[in-house]
Design a protein around this ligand. Sequence first.
Ligand SMILES: *Cc1c(COP(=O)(O)O)cnc(C)c1O
Length: 447
Amino acid sequence: MAEIEYTLEQKRDLKTAVPGPKSRELAERRGNAIASGVASSVPAYAEKLDGGVILDVDGNQLIDLGSGIAVTSVGASAPKVVENVKNAVENFTHTCFMVTPYEGYVELGEKIAELTPGSFDKRAALFNSGSEAVENAVKIARTYTKRSAVVVFDHAYHGRTNLTLAMTSKVMPYKQGFGPFASDVYRVPMSYPFRDADGITGQEAAERALLLIEKQVGAENVAAVVIEPIQGEGGFIVPAEGFLPTLTKWCQDNGAVFVADEVQAGIARTGKWFSSEWEGIEPDLVTFAKGIAGGMPLSGVVGRAEIMNSVHGGGLGGTYGGNPVACAAALGAIETIEEWGLNERALEIEKIIKEELGDLAESSPIVGELRGRGAMMALEFVEPGSKKPNADAAKQIAAKCMEQGVVILTCGTFGNNVRLLPPLVIDFDLLRDGLRVFAKAIEEAGA
Ligand SMILES: *Cc1c(COP(=O)(O)O)cnc(C)c1O
């Protein structure tokens, strides 16, 4: 595994309580300037990030097990990303690709087509956010199929714009009060092995969903089936084996476009470039964002040329989509993943997480399950002796970790999961330190 060089010592170090005085001062200013609907999970304000360390404004070094929600997989100041961004900025910050095109956009399109599953002819289009990518995938699928229905799943998260909120499942905090939402979006059951009836196979779970689609939507009306191959915000739900291939086959047989929303699980997060690869599926369209550009805002849709090219000229785009600086960052991030072997590192991280937490998953009465793939693992917390979701435990444990300088995030429809999304470049000893703080908090909460 490649040696990674760090600019901050990879060590947890608390100089003050978290938040410290400077962070508290900023929080007060924030209260008078920033809308309260924008919330933050971490009470400390950032000064510098490197590897798995967040240095805050009070000089505390926190362990980052969240990567700004699966974004800074290559680190938040990866040398190759920083260098590319500096060079790009000196040449030009913006032209709008729809006005004056540039090479970086084209090069990233070429690269992403190589990295996504399927050896068929592909085309790509670039945007700014994950939501925008998903929204565009739907526009493209509707144009290609001349149909309008969009099928999504329980526990899905696809974004916060109006159409993607219709596709997102959880009401609080994402949807509450923001409707009415876009129409012709239909939700069917996910494969959720921990909560499904015992023994139901992936294929059976898919057939359960497909029967509902056929009876309640009509196969001939379905433009797209959109799914996260491993669900993110919904609780790091890995569907049972066979679920995804049964869905892709149905789409093929019924002329619907299969869209894999890889915004969270893609770009080396699970130990493969795209999580679709774990089941060998070849999505018609793939959406990507979060991990692609080392923290710069960039997203895109890539997939079958005949589908992507079905849209009329000028039908896709946006002022900032595929910004030149963000494209340069993405090319740097991809190079970093390759050079530092970050797919292999993601698998090593999974091994370490299992070593540190695997026993607890067996012994703690409040741990229902440890699941996930690569550096995308979560613990689902339950009431002792049942599968009843225990959101309080997840919240308490995350807060306790925060106090001790370990940043971890909760997730899940029921709010009862703690998810681990460390930067793939995290130092392994630092990771173990963070996991041990986490394990201790779990033991105390379950005692
Ligand atoms: C985060 C996320 C989105 C939305 O991305 P934004 O950049 O926040 O708009 C869409 N789909 C999935 C699977 C995500 O995890």
